[in-house]
Design a protein around this ligand. Structure first.
Ligand SMILES: Nc1ncnc2c1ncn2[C@@H]1O[C@H](COP(=O)(O)OP(=O)(O)OP(=O)(O)O)[C@@H](O)[C@H]1O
Length: 379
């Protein structure tokens, strides 16, 4: 697509890092919002460092947008505080908070040119004409939009319009930029490209971004840290790797990695490991060491990509491959475990080494990849 064929932005803008390029950009303490009986956001607290890219991730209705809108000032919290760069902004009007916004709908002024749209926040702030021209030109260049300044928004594609919206948020270097599903209206290819562009601009300018999405892959690709939300509560606030490899709740294990869950009971601790007796197969499975008393009923969680199938009848359980589907470089297999009525165990293995339907297999996993949750947490 030639019109989007701009190089990934690589313009260095000396001296333009936000004033809060070190330290805490935003903190939220015990933020709560109810609508009648619905608790939309329940005592949410978080600290975001300057220069961080943080994503709010969760299914529909989990409270992502409400949290973002409270930070933006478009929605009044019942209680709690919001601090931007050390200043309490909880009761300030949106325009007094100095934050930048990019929404799914581009909300560009149709009668203004691209340059005028981008200049708008500077015009509002009374910045001089020459300075405006310089900063608008520089910002359009960063987003790969040089040469588009005199066009009207309707003369641009969706992706280009969203870049203009991004420029408008960037142009006055706000300490924090809030983005609510900014790529939600775009097709997959363009979304993938803009994800990289936004991330590159964010890193080069040292921007602090809070981003809302319900797309796990988008969150994993873009974020330094992710806030996983569920029913108005923060389940876990961590790096993508920690969320994936060390989920703190079964919900996070399932939401980010579509984990397999197997019931079992803690058997004993053995040096670095905890051994679990599986209900379905009666086999022993080695997990990372957990602080769980022997006898505790647990759910074992392992991501499909971290299980291995061997031809031999060994491993923590054996079974029969019921389904094996080739999906590009992977084979997705479903294994019926012997001795129990557990759901099909889902495996993802490199194609070529994949098992075939009807094959007898033994299943293994590295202890490092096995997470345990005490059963009361599974509700
Ligand atoms: N203006 C409102 N009036 C009543 N209930 C609301 C209002 N706004 C949000 N809610 C409720 O608050 C909860 C959280 O909504 P919110 O929009 O923050 O979720 P979300 O995670 O952003 O969802 P989505 O991904 O669908 O946008 C939901 O149960 C929603 O129905």
């Amino acid at each position: 697509m030639a019109e989007f064929g701009v190089a990934t932005p690589s313009v260095k803008v000396a001296g333009n890092k936000p004033a809060t390029a070190t330290g805490k950009a935003l903190s939220v303490v015990a933020l709560r919002k109810t609508y009648g009986d619905v608790v939309a956001v329940d005592e949410a607290s978080m600290e975001i460092a300057a220069g961080e890219f943080v994503t709010f991730l969760g299914s529909s209705g989990s409270g992502k947008t409400t949290t973002l809108m409270m930070i933006a000032g478009f929605c009044e919290p019942d209680s709690g505080t919001i601090t931007v760069g050390g200043r309490d902004v909880t009761r300030l009007a949106p325009q007094k908070r100095g934050l930048g916004f990019v929404f799914q709908q581009y909300l560009l002024f149709p009668h203004m040119t691209v340059a005028e749209n981008v200049a708008f926040p500077l015009t509002l702030r009374g910045v001089g004409k020459d300075e405006i021209r310089r900063r608008v030109g520089e910002t359009l260049e960063i987003a790969g939009l040089s040469g588009f300044g005199n066009r009207k928004p309707r003369e641009l594609s969706g992706g280009q319009q969203q870049r203009v919206a991004l420029c408008r948020a960037l142009v006055y270097r706000p300490p924090v930029i809030l983005m609510d599903e900014p790529l939600g209206a775009l097709d997959k290819k363009l979304r993938d490209q803009l994800q990289i562009e936004i991330k590159t601009i964010q890193q080069e300018l040292g921007l602090t971004v809070i981003y809302v999405t319900h797309d796990q892959e988008e969150a994993l690709v873009m974020s330094d840290r992710i806030v996983v939300m569920r029913n108005g509560l923060i389940e876990q606030f961590d790096t993508p790797r920690e969320l994936f490899e060390r989920p703190r709740t079964p919900f996070v294990a399932d939401f980010l990695g579509a984990a397999n869950f197997l019931p079992g009971r803690v058997d004993k601790h053995d040096g670095e490991h905890t051994l679990v007796r599986l209900e379905a197969s009666g086999g022993l499975l080695k997990a990372r060491r957990h602080q769980l008393t022997p006898g505790t009923q647990v759910k074992v969680a392992v991501q499909p990509g971290r299980l291995r199938a061997s031809a031999a009848d060994d491993g923590f359980c054996t079974g029969t491959v019921e389904t094996a589907t080739y999906v590009g470089t992977l084979v997705r297999a479903g294994v019926r475990i012997d001795g129990g009525d557990a759901p099909l165990l889902r495996l993802e293995v490199p194609a070529g080494r994949g098992p075939v339907a009807g094959e007898r297999v033994g299943i293994t996993a590295d202890a490092e990849d096995v997470n345990l949750f005490a059963d009361e947490k599974t509700g």
